[in-house]
Design a protein around this ligand. Sequence first.
Ligand SMILES: [Zn+2]
Length: 215
Amino acid sequence: MPLVVWSGGADSTLLLHRVARQSYGDDNWPVRVISVDHSNITNSKAQIKARKKILKVFHGMNYYLEPSTMTIKDTSRWGGGGYGFAQAPIWIYAAVTYAKKKDDVYMGYITTDGVWPYWHTIETAFQSMAKILDKDLTLHVPLKNVEKVEVIERLQKISKEYKLPKKKRLESLVLFCCKGKAGLQKGCTCDSCNRHREALLILKHRKKRNKKGKK
Ligand SMILES: [Zn+2]
């Protein structure tokens, strides 16, 4: 069965939609979804709120999802405030422990994510943990060649396809800003907002160019 690791950000929301669409139609085959609430995951609490809103939209699209949130309390002296344990191992830990014996685990990493130099280590950790728990898991990262521009473009396309009203558009509901607010924040110069803004500019430019090309 598919198990999607989902933060509520743009990349993993696109991934969730993709897997849900592929699996849709079989009531015996819900897409299981695991999210994590941990002090080292930025905006953990705000992400929970964002996910609720996105799930409502997915529900309206008739996707059969089975979401769950794993709360991990870090009481170590490094715990809290984004120090210590990096995010990737937290996701891996949650995915492997939550997975059923033979799940296909999906993670939403994209081209520009910082995990690729360590991917071998992450995969090895994933498989070693699975082995200890006597599980036969396959790890999928189908967006690994996808750029941020494409992520936003595809989210916009999905919203258009389902004729979602402005407030329910996936690209506005996803949470990526470090300030913990969904969608692009005006004037915010955090890393995620900057990358998002850059992608939107490229999209705008492409649209303009395509229009010119058609004339
Ligand atoms: Zn921001």
